[in-house]
Each structure stands twice: as structure tokens, then as C-alpha cells.
Design a protein around this ligand. Structure first.
Ligand SMILES: [Zn+2]
Length: 370
């Protein structure tokens, strides 16, 4: 059952229709589930009173002993848990199936402690430690202990952090340090790329601002692809809308950015996630490496946008019309893949019309249909 509240009657029918069609696109819609599973939900409610985190192995033992649940083996339980995760009753991820979070709101509250602003921090004594998190998104174990000590979260640190990592809410930089991208407020300064050769910019176009996808992509690059934040002058290059990560070969770096394109020419897809590879001069960019990175990033974007219906339907790929390191104050526009039909593309989107050699822009990337 879904309930909603609206202050006026304006558009209420359209809103209901939209709500209904959105709900029906959920993967579990129309799926038949055993009635006995509802009893399992009561088991969760009962267990929840005693603890928030529960080991899978013990739950399995309990349900196998309880006859009327209709769960006969481990596979049955995994199916039921996956269903209850999708419907928001519990938090269960098959990748870390040994620990189940029984109380989703409690998990959300734990994350809320991390993303507090300084005005709402109750205990002012550790505010000096808070700056690294508040300004740079860097969360030390020390600070986490303080943020979580009041509400009993800290004793479940390992389970909570693991689930947050799995959901791309934070990235593990070391055993004692995490990166929480939504807290980062640093501005990018393009001069750090002055001595670099850069690829063209591959752009994934969106109708809406995909900030969550940007954050999750950065986290996924660190957690799953072995990339690490690049350090320049002793500071990690992670900024509010731009991140530079080192690729495993240690020569190529990946810049991931989110752009809000206000120009008239970008009206149909005003937002983009952009990828640019850079190396230190006189090194040259190896296009085999850029293609490999592109493949990895595309896989991740596909996974990350799965839950976004409109995004899946409308996403397009394009390239910036000029070949310069990111962030230089130089006008450039996005040419969509499907617009590149000729070898020489005449870009009249820029205020001074210019010719783009399509090969020079495309040579870094494999042709993709997205
Ligand atoms: Zn142009």
C-alpha cells in the first residue's frame, strides 16, 4: 500500500497515474509469493526488538525449525530475503549475505549521523575533527566512533560499514578512513592538469541531474575497480563535482565529473556525467587503456542507472567538441554519438563555428550503444 499527501488538488490524477505506473515497473510487481512468507515478516518484527543486525546462519536455523513458514532450505530463505529487501522490509544483499539488517530505519539513522551538518551536531567537543568530513568528505575511524557512540551504532560498525559500502554510500580508502562523497564541498582547480595530456571527454547525457549516480560511480570506481583518489600537493583530488582517480597502471588517471549544461544547445539533455583520461607530459595516452576504462565505467553506469526508469530510456552518449584538459575556461559543447555521421563535423553550437575532426575525438573510445 502506498499513501501520499498533496497540498492542492492540482494535477492529482496525473500524479496518481504516474505513481501507479512507477510502482508497476518495480521488478517484484506481479510476482507471486508464498503466503507463508508473511509469517516470516512477523519473525523479523519479533527479532527486531532484540537486535538490529542478525546473522544469516542463525536465522536459517530458526526458520528451518519453524514448521509453518514453508521454508525448507537455504535457497528458499535466500529467495524470501531478496524479496523482503526489494520491498524495503529489511536490508539484505546477497554479496554480504552473512549479515542481515533487520531495521532499515535504524540503518538510515546511522548514515544520518555521518551526513549531519555542524549546526546539528549534538556533541560540540569533536567539531574540530568534523571539518575533514564536512569539507572534504573524509571520515576517520576516530570521528566515526564519536558520531556513532551515542546510539549504539558503533558496536555494529563492521556490518553497517559493509552495507554502506555495498550500497555505494561510502568508499573505503583504508581500514581507518572512508570517503563520503555527498559531504565533499571542495572546488576543482584546473591548473593541477596544466602539465597533462588529456583524452577527449566522453559524456553520458541525462534529462535530470544524476548527482546520486555521480557519487555512486566514484565510490564504485574505488570499491570495485581498484582505483584510488589521485594525490596532488598532498591532497586527494576529490571535489564536489570532479574526481580524479589513479588507474591501476599508475600512469593513466581517470577524471569523473558531473556537469550542469545551461546552454540552449543542451536543452534536451541538460546534465552529463563526463569521463576524461589524463597522463603527465610527455607521456601519451594509450587508447587501449582508455577503452578498457570506458568498458568498466559503462558497466557500472548501466548497473547504477537500472533503478531509474527515465534514465534508462533516455540516456545517450556524446563527446565534447574540443580536446582540452577538463576545467579550462574554454567554450565547448557535446556532440551526440548519432550526430557524428561525417569525418568532419561542423560545430555550430559554439559561438565561433569550427570543424571537429571526428577521429581525433573518437579515437580514445570504442563505439558504444548505451
Ligand atoms: Zn564546438
Amino acid at each position: 500500500m502506498f499513501s501520499f499527501e498533496k497540498e492542492s488538488n492540482k494535477n492529482v490524477d496525473n500524479f496518481k497515474r504516474c505513481l501507479a505506473s512507477t510502482v508497476k515497473t518495480q521488478s517484484h510487481w506481479g510476482e507471486e509469493v508464498p503466503i507463508s512468507w508473511t509469517k516470516l515478516e512477523s519473525v523479523f518484527k519479533h527479532l527486531q526488538k532484540g537486535c538490529k543486525v542478525f546473522p544469516f546462519s542463525i536465522l536459517l536455523r530458526i526458520v528451518l525449525k519453524t514448521n509453518d513458514l514453508g521454508i525448507k532450505n537455504e535457497e528458499d530463505l535466500l529467495n524470501a530475503l531478496t524479496f523482503f529487501n526489494e520491498t524495503g522490509v529489511i536490508l539484505f544483499q546477497t554479496e554480504i549475505k552473512h549479515v542481515i539488517i533487520l531495521d532499515v530505519q535504524w540503518f538510515v539513522d546511522a548514515f544520518k549521523c555521518i551526513i549531519l551538518d555542524e549546526k546539528h551536531v549534538k556533541d560540540k567537543t569533536f567539531l574540530d575533527n568534523f571539518d575533514e568530513l564536512h569539507e572534504y568528505g573524509l571520515l576517520s575511524n576516530n570521528l566515526l566512533e564519536k558520531l556513532w557512540k551515542n546510539d549504539n551504532f558503533y558496536q555494529y560498525k563492521k556490518s553497517l560499514v559493509n552495507h554502506m559500502k555495498q550500497l555505494d554510500m561510502l568508499a573505503e580508502l583504508s581500514e581507518e578512513m572512508w570517503y563520503v562523497p555527498c559531504m565533499n564541498k571542495q572546488k576543482f582547480d584546473s591548473t593541477i592538469l596544466d602539465n597533462c595530456n588529456a583524452s577527449s571527454r566522453l559524456c553520458f547525457l541525462f534529462e535530470f541531474l544524476p548527482f546520486v549516480i555521480y557519487h555512486r560511480l566514484v565510490v564504485a570506481c574505488i570499491n570495485n575497480m581498484g582505483m584510488k583518489p589521485w594525490k596532488s600537493t598532498g591532497r586527494m583530488c576529490i571535489f564536489h563535482t570532479v574526481t580524479i582517480l589513479t588507474y591501476k597502471d599508475d600512469t593513466h588517471r581517470v577524471l569523473v565529473a558531473i556537469c550542469d549544461n545551461k546552454e540552449r544547445t543542451h536543452r534536451d539533455f541538460p546534465y552529463s556525467l563526463e569521463i576524461q583520461i589524463n597522463v603527465t607530459k610527455p607521456r601519451e595516452i594509450d587508447t587501449r587503456t582508455t577503452s578498457k576504462i570506458q568498458e568498466l565505467i559503462c558497466q557500472n553506469i548501466t548497473v547504477l542507472t537500472q533503478g531509474f526508469f527515465s534514465c534508462k530510456r533516455h540516456s545517450h552518449v556524446g563527446y565534447r567538441c574540443k580536446l582540452v584538459p577538463f576545467g579550462r575556461n574554454l567554450e565547448s559543447h557535446i556532440i551526440k554519438e548519432e550526430e557524428m555521421t561525417k569525418q568532419d563535423y561542423e560545430c555550430s553550437k559554439c559561438s565561433q563555428v569550427h570543424i571537429v575532426n571526428v577521429d581525433s575525438i573518437r579515437r580514445f573510445w570504442k563505439v558504444i550503444s548505451f
